[in-house]
Design a protein around this ligand. Structure first.
Ligand SMILES: Cc1ncc(COP(=O)(O)O)c(C=O)c1O
Length: 402
């Protein structure tokens, strides 16, 4: 008799379903599809030469190679921790190197959430964060955002319910491209301090700014307010600024929290691959700032191309965000148009893909929204894809039930 595997899975996995984005990416990987779906870097911009040089340098040296191919400490490769610590004005013992920032989110869920605990997220929020936290069985409290980020009054009401933490992406958020304003940053940190609620700052896109001056991180604002009562745990990554494949990210936070997270890391996988950490360290030492400048230049042009094309072609009733950085524009569709249904038609009729917005809401609301990524297509293709999408939307607006 075949084993009833579904009956054997732990109840904590009941609410965990396949990511629509990842399932989708499998289907649209065809050359004639213009995809705005994946929130991924452009492979043509990967710093391959620097990565090759770094591998050679590490592996051709007897002593470096002996370290690179050996187990290492769970905290992370010390020169890399020091590089990261220097960049965020932290001490080495306040940094844990993780296998991408995604692992950091999972660890924080494991460390902080017991079944039924409340967790505050923005609506919409990063789908991968929901996937990381959900196996620990939280109850989400979604808080809406506007063009300046999370709404402080609603946040206060949520924090009064004593959640285990607040998670947000303050810069050019995945999925809606919104940036938390300076005033709101101060309010959010002050509120979390007042209620004694940890604040997880996911800074995945922070380095990819195309307009204006960088805003202080929530981590920096928290530190300014003093060591006592610190609330911020900051998740960073090299996936968007160097390459995702080496899987190097980090958590930065108060030393006692990092010490506990080191134990979680030991249990999970001992450490991030030593060779990857050493290569990443060599690469960032050599090219980080110049490479980020190249990425910002290229993505800036693509962001502008997408915003201009939307302006020129979208039918009335469609509105969108104007991100100052990152990878995403977020569309609000006319009432009655369902993003998932539009995707089906868009792939079939126009060969254009994107991500329907509902997946980014813990309660699956937000059906009349969708996320477009502008990073992997050149400006001409962006214009072509947005034009095709607009044509479909025009047809759907004329006959919404079709
Ligand atoms: C907001 C956000 N956080 C974290 C991640 C995870 O990135 P990584 O694990 O590659 O560092 C992503 C990836 O798309 C993201 O969009």
């Amino acid at each position: 008799m075949p084993l009833d595997w579904n009956g054997l899975f732990a109840p904590r996995m009941a609410g965990v379903t396949a990511s629509e984005i990842r399932e989708l990416l499998k289907l649209i990987d065809q050359p004639d599809v213009i995809s705005f779906a994946g929130g991924i870097p452009d492979p043509d911009l990967f710093p391959r030469d620097a990565i090759l040089r770094a591998h050679e340098r590490v592996l051709q040296s007897n002593s470096l190679a002996a370290t690179a191919l050996q187990y290492t400490i769970s905290e992370g490769y010390t020169p890399l921790r020091d590089w990261i610590a220097g960049r965020c004005a932290m001490a080495r013992d306040e940094i844990l190197v993780t296998n991408g920032s995604q692992q950091g989110l999972d660890f924080l869920g494991k460390l902080l959430i017991s079944p039924g605990d409340k967790v505050v997220v923005t609506a919409p929020t990063y789908l991968g964060a929901l996937q990381a936290f959900s196996p620990y069985q939280p109850q989400y409290i979604p808080v809406p955002t506007d063009a300046d980020g999370i709404l402080p009054d609603e946040l206060e009401v949520a924090l009064a319910q004593r959640p285990r933490f607040l998670y947000l992406v303050p810069d050019f958020a995945n999925p809606n491209g919104v940036t938390l304003s300076l005033e709101r940053r101060r309010q959010v940190v002050a509120l979390c301090r007042r209620f004694g609620v940890p604040l997880i700052e996911d800074a995945a896109y922070s380095a990819l700014r195309y307009d204006g001056e960088p805003l202080p991180t929530l981590l920096a604002i928290d530190l300014e307010a003093g060591q006592e009562g610190r609330v911020v745990i900051h998740a960073g990554t090299f996936s968007k600024t160097v390459v995702p494949a080496l899987r190097v990210g980090w958590l930065a936070g108060p030393a006692p929290v990092i010490q506990k997270l080191v134990l979680v890391k030991q249990a999970a996988d001992l450490h991030v691959g030593t060779l990857n950490q050493m290569v990443m360290h060599a690469v960032v030492e050599e090219i980080y700032d110049s490479h980020v400048a190249v990425l910002r230049g290229a993505y800036h042009r693509r962001r502008d191309a997408m915003l201009a094309a939307l302006q020129e072609t979208m039918p009335e009733g469609v509105t969108w965000t104007r991100p100052a950085g990152g990878m995403f524009v977020w569309l609000n569709l006319p009432a009655g148009i369902d993003g998932a249904r539009m995707l089906e038609r868009s792939v079939a009729e126009e060969r254009v893909a994107f991500v329907p917005g509902a997946a980014f809401f813990p309660d699956r609301s937000g059906k009349a929204t969708c996320r477009l990524s502008f990073t992997t297509n050149r400006p001409e293709r962006i214009r072509e894809g947005v034009g095709r999408l607009a044509a479909l939307m025009g047809r759907m607006a004329e006959a919404p039930a079709a």
